[in-house]
Write a protein that binds this ligand. Structure first.
Ligand SMILES: Cc1cc2nc3c(=O)[nH]c(=O)nc-3n(C[C@H](O)[C@H](O)[C@H](O)COP(=O)(O)O)c2cc1C
Length: 305
């Protein structure tokens, strides 16, 4: 089965990427397998300045996945420019690199992108819009049409590189958010980010996470993400990166059938650092067993009753 696709003018050797925040900057997983065999890697969100992140515990497991509140801990643009991107540029030949960008206001997306834009070692941006807008009383950008439009517009004005807007599933109409993103210049969409959640320690009555509430990821997200991709695919024609709950090749196929062109693997890498290469090799077997000649045959092939 042919796995390569050209998406937004970028050639991906296969459709399996590592999701932002779950693979560091690539070097963290490179000892477990050759990361250059993947389609790509989305590095941890870069914010305007370095951030230490939230109080521990930052992650907790539950039956259907995990909940996290990391607080966008990252070393900031200077270290990304000085250390992380040069390492990726030297290390990777075929795997593509997306920089995940998180702003506190629409303008900040543009500022961060302008700082990074001339660097080598990456191919596109992914906008993390599941962030509070500090100028708007902390409203989550991805959940308000006006804030989403402003953030994408500011990012678009700052670069000619491809931008994928990463949407949140907890909105009334994700198809509408997809349309707004594309109207403001998004070249692609990533769906989905984590779903807001809260769990208590039943002995102490306190939240299990130091920050209180957090984002749910892992297997619980699979049907939510597949549904979101399908809803977006019905409304926009740009490429879609599917993410949420993928642990096996069949999970990735769910996203392809819904209309995703590429997929990202997140939480599964915590349980098994070799999850992404395993999904890739199982996907090849899955396609070969069914006589599928190209991954593009599966994309959008899911039927609606
Ligand atoms: C520990 C952790 C950190 C994350 N950090 C980011 C981030 O910095 N930027 C972002 O857009 N998404 C971030 N995410 C969300 C993931 O990229 C992904 O969208 C989500 O976890 C769903 O996929 P999964 O079920 O395969 O983990 C993070 C997720 C986890 C679990």
């Amino acid at each position: 089965m042919r796995l390569s696709q050209t998406i937004c003018g970028i050639e991906f050797q296969n459709p399996i990427l590592l999701a932002s925040g779950t693979c560091g900057y690539g070097s963290e997983l490179d000892g477990f397998f050759d990361i250059d065999t993947l389609g790509g890697i989305v590095i941890k969100a870069v914010t305007a300045d370095a951030r230490k992140g939230n109080a521990a515990p930052r992650v907790a497991e539950f039956t259907a996945g995990m909940i996290n509140s990391i607080g966008l801990a990252n070393p900031g643009p200077d270290v990304v420019l000085r250390e992380k991107l040069p390492w990726l540029a030297a290390r990777l030949d075929k795997a593509r690199v997306l920089i995940n960008v998180a702003g506190r206001s629409a303008e900040e997306y543009g500022e961060i992108i302008r700082r990074l834009d001339d660097a080598a070692g990456f191919h596109a941006y992914e906008l993390n819009v599941s962030c509070p807008n500090v100028k708007e009383g902390g409203a989550i950008i991805a959940t308000r049409e006006d804030l989403l439009a402003d953030a994408v517009r500011c990012a678009r004005a700052a670069t000619t590189r491809p931008i994928s807007v990463k949407l949140a599933p907890n909105v009334p109409d994700i198809g509408r958010m997809a349309e707004i993103s594309v109207a403001e210049g998004a070249d692609a969409l990533t769906l989905i980010n984590t779903v807001p959640g809260l769990l208590f320690d039943t002995e102490t009555g306190r939240p299990v996470l130091g920050a209180g509430a957090g984002g749910v990821s892992g297997p619980a997200l699979l049907p939510i993400g597949v549904h979101a991709v399908r809803r977006a695919r019905e409304r926009v024609s740009v490429p879609i990166l599917g993410v949420g709950g993928i642990r096996a090749a069949e999970d990735a196929v769910q996203y392809f059938m819904a209309g995703a062109n590429l997929v990202e693997i997140g939480t599964a890498s915590f349980a098994d650092p070799r999850a992404a290469p395993r999904v890739l090799s199982d996907l090849k077997r899955w396609g070969a067993a069914r006589g599928i000649t190209s991954i593009t045959e599966i994309v959008g092939s899911g039927l609606l009753a």
